[in-house]
Ligand binder design. Structure first.
Ligand code: EPZ
Length: 430
């Protein structure tokens, strides 16, 4: 078993470089399927979700060459296969983008249902509604989602999303880039990674207008050709380190960010007594005094991101007074609360609402990461805690954070990866 061992209670000082955005990368890699030529993708985060998606493209027949640590060349010109391998795709949520991309490229797709973090139900009905409106038949049998464009190619149309969905917005964009005619997505999501996917596709020859607003128009083109594209910095990785400084104290310059994307997080930290100074492509985060309570409601962008909810909860646990979190996106994103309670937190959850009574400190404990952001929040709690925290199931964290141990060690955290072979054997036996 591999775990993180953290000796907490040390403030953080120094600089952290932010990697490319996971949730942009996991859409841009499938988007390379639409391109007839070599796509050079730069600023890719080195995380297991990216490795998996690149392996899936290779299994489909793509030529994937590593240029350097953060850059790959992907050539999907010779792919003829639209059936995605089962065991790889089930490990990752973003495998659903392969449906839109393969439908766009071949007019058909066979993709296993997506995996990913468990937040209660994670339907993809809005994705399917979009594909059907664009002229596809979609059904599930034999453990696969089968989608086929009735006229051989996807047809441009108007799609009104019943719910603001990041995944459905991007998937419909992928299916529409090479479609016949114009597709209009109404009530579209506006996250920075949606703009990034549109910019990637446009840089390869697509005609997408309005990304970042709630109406996106995609005029289908005949062909996308190769080019070079650099992925935006990861808003959530940056926010995670901002909250780490807020919880543990200290002063850290968080570099290679787009401060505008962080405003929703910055505003809340400032309300809590954290100092945040914006620079051109960095933010300086300082926390020396006490933290004060606040309320948070998670919402689609530009609201406070649900992917920062567990991390900000770790900070609120240490703030004076009573704070209330309302989870506005997912049905069940409080699975980390029991683990926080082991560390001394006082949290009551009722449905989508969590009420947090601030405590003086966390105390170290043995805990398990239950999903990606919850795992990151447990690291934050461990950094601020008195004593030693051991976090298991760290594979969840490594799905989305590049080099988290090295980055935190670089600002003075006492965090190590520990492998215990005996426990590994026990786990296999059990
Ligand atoms: C993306 O998931 C992100 N994942 C999630 O980040 C993030 O939490 C979420 O967007 C919201 O920002 C990736 O980008 C890979 P949605 P996605 O479709 O696209 C409901 C992380 O930690 N819904 O915007 O799956 C859904 O149940 C991950 O990095 C439908 O009802 O989320 C939810 O309540 C975790 N029908 C809401 O919409 C649908 O067809 C938003 O989901 C689709 C969604």
């Amino acid at each position: 078993m591999t775990k993180y061992v953290i000796h907490g209670g040390k403030p953080l000082y120094g600089e952290i470089d932010i990697s490319g955005a996971k949730n942009a990368a996991v859409a841009i890699i499938p988007a390379a399927l639409l391109v007839d030529g070599v796509c050079r993708i730069e600023n890719l985060p080195q995380i297991s979700d990216v490795t998996l998606l690149l392996r899936i493209l290779q299994e489909l027949g793509a030529d994937v060459r590593t240029v350097n640590r953060t850059t790959v060349d992907v050539d999907c010109s010779h792919i003829r296969n639209a059936r995605v391998p089962d065991e790889l795709a089930r490990k990752i949520r973003a495998s659903y983008y392969l449906i839109g991309a393969l439908l766009g490229r071949f007019g058909c797709a066979e993709v296993p249902p997506p995996g990913g973090c468990d937040f209660g139900g994670r339907p993809i009905d809005q994705h399917i509604k979009g594909f059907v409106a664009m002229g596809a038949n979609v059904d599930v049998h034999g453990g696969y989602i089968h989608a086929k464009a009735k006229q051989g190619r996807m047809q441009g149309t108007q799609v009104y999303l019943d719910i603001v969905s990041v995944g459905a917005t991007m998937n419909i964009m992928l299916a529409a880039a090479l479609a016949d005619g114009m597709t209009v997505i109404e009530n579209a999501a506006k996250e920075p990674h949606i703009v990034d996917l549109a910019n990637f596709l446009n840089s390869m020859g697509a005609e997408i207008m309005g990304a970042g607003t709630d109406v996106i128009k995609i005029r289908g083109v005949k062909r996308l050709s190769g080019g070079t594209y650099s992925i935006i910095p990861d808003q959530i990785e940056a926010g995670t380190y901002m909250t780490a400084v807020a919880a543990a104290g200290g002063e850290v310059l968080i570099k290679n960010v787009i401060p505008k994307h962080l405003e929703c997080i910055t505003a809340k930290l400032v309300e809590m007594g954290v100092e945040v100074e914006e620079r051109d492509d960095a933010v300086l985060v300082r926390r020396t005094g006490k933290l004060t309570r606040t309320n948070i409601k998670t919402l689609p962008y530009p609201g406070f991101p649900t992917d920062m909810q567990p991390q900000i909860a770790a900070v609120l646990c240490l703030a004076e007074g009573t704070s209330v979190i309302t989870e506005g996106v997912w049905d069940n994103r409080y699975r980390y609360v029991d683990e926080f309670r082991r560390m001394g937190a006082q949290i009551q959850v009722d449905g989508k609402i969590a009420v947090i009574e601030g405590v003086e400190k966390f105390t170290g404990a043995r805990i398990q990461a239950c999903d990606l952001r919850a795992g990151a929040a447990m690291v934050i709690a461990g950094l601020a805690a008195q004593g030693t925290t051991e976090i298991g199931c760290i594979r969840h964290i490594e799905r989305g954070y590049e080099d988290i141990v090295r980055k935190l060690s670089g600002v003075g955290a006492d965090i190590r990866v520990v492998v215990t072979p005996d426990e590994d054997k026990q786990a296999q036996v059990g």
